[in-house]
Design a protein around this ligand. Sequence first.
Ligand code: ATP
Length: 615
Amino acid sequence: MRFADLVDLFERISATTKRLEIRALLAEHLRGVSESDIAPMVYLLQGQLRPEYEGVELGLADSLARRAIAQATGTPEETVRARASRSGDLGTTAEELLRDRTPPPADRGLTLSDVYQELTSIARSSGEGSQEAKVERLSKLLGRATAVEAKYLTRFTLGKLRLGVKDMTLLDALAEVYGGGEPKQARPTIENAFNVTSDLGEVASTLARQGTLEALRSLRAQVGKPIRPMLGEREATLKDVLERMEGQAALEYKYDGLRLQAHVPRDETEPVLLFSRRLENVSSQFPEIVRDLPKALKVRPAIVEGECVPVDPTTGELRPFQEISRRRGRKYDLERFEEEVPVRFLLFDLLLEGEEQALMLPYPERRARLERDVKAGDRVGLATRAMVEDVPAAQRFFDQALADGCEGVMAKSLAPGSTYRAGARGFWWIKYKREYTHELADTIDTVVVGAFWGRGKRAGRYGALLVSVFDPKEETFPTLCKVGTGFDDSSLERFTNELRSKQVKDRPEEVVSTLTPDVWIDPSTVLELRGAELTLSPIHRAALGRVREGYGLALRFPRFTGRVRDDKSPEQATTTDEVVHLYETQVRRAESESSSEGSEIEKAASGAKNPHDTS
Ligand code: ATP
């Protein structure tokens, strides 16, 4: 495939914001792409070189890219800098500078494979002299590129391609191409393959190799590839939880820590890998789990999931979540922190057991096997659980969970269909947390999309942030509220500094807002908020029209809890569906509180065909 063809697709995608058009363009261009080209094509469309969990980055700073452009075009670096600061985009500057030059002959044009190999070499070069080598390679590549190709190459190397092609749109396009004329039916199969491998490039090349959906059967859970996590829904009362679960459920402690998916390879000489909830490889941050988990497991290879919680080493009691957050993202002093913040890994799921795809088994069987396969000890244990069939028993277990330092319980369905639903949020798992009187039953994870400058004491710093939730259908971030409470001065100062690098000139396309903040912020930081209630809002755009025509939902009296959810990507923030569900729960609660004793609690109004499924 010629790189020019891919760039033509980039151009056409950049010219529209309509998801359906993007999907049609993708389908048109994916059709007929060879097995070897399709994975690089998919990764580049995502602005990546490899699946996200591998964390491969080009590592080129603006200054290096400027040098490469200067070399490739024979322009003084100062001129490149000046023009870039005028255009606000180094990619556009590269394009303009190259346009003045005679274009390379068409027969010497770049192929996708040339470009992909070169970019991979740039990403790989490390150590002394590597920066120079990167500049050299990039400038040679730019020298062979046409002006418009150079624009995208530059943006890509800076990590600023930002075509707005979302995973879900790519999945739709693949369903269009390989779904045998029935894209709707094909879509879940393709999405499931993605959820299990977290690698769209692999899904696409598997499809291209055989041309049919059947091929995806070969994609299975495997050590080294993180599986997208299964997620739970919420209910407001234990009675609702039990009704959803048809009168019988397993309740597990809901620990407040970090979710980890641990991959234990068959070969004992190979290291254990730990992935976070957003599929980052965090193995180096928890060396004691890497070391001790294999000793506690009686089977390998294996993939298990659990919550990593801080514990008091003498009593074994749980410690507050905030302690473990001190270990997140740490690169140095790991040993000291291992000692200062001891952790325990409490397992709640089994996804691969030896050669068997345990994730296909119903929950009761997975849990039974987990109990069989784990030798519990100081470092590794099993999530505490009980089987319940009535509200008083559920209440007792819940009270015990709180007394033991948990934030609530996770109810797990015992139904035959309770397989591990990778990447899906549904009622197969229901979380029930402590009720906060006169407060929303749960916190909301929001994405910062803008900021307002502070006044008075807060002058020179942000005074409030504009935050959004995520709409997975539209792949947008509609606003939910402005929040300025719950930040102390030092945290506002920190946010101002940290978010400064994420400020952008115009409203990011995926942000839906009627308000214009003082600065727009590229959606990436997730903050946990608490609030009094959800209200209908003519201003905010979250779940627009879902409850009432022309109105969105807004969070009233929002307050930052002090918790930055850096374990969540923006797409993993609270969704518009969840906000609607929370709103309905709140309405139901208010109705049941005000109505006479013994009144029937309204059945949940989810409209889902299966009582469990909302995904
Ligand atoms: P929250 O914001 O409440 O942590 P979440 O959005 O991260 O929730 P949910 O599906 O809503 O994800 O809640 C499940 C989370 O609870 C899991 O991601 C996991 O980190 C945590 N957890 C703690 N104990 C358990 C358990 N026994 N089973 C499943 N998940 C558990």
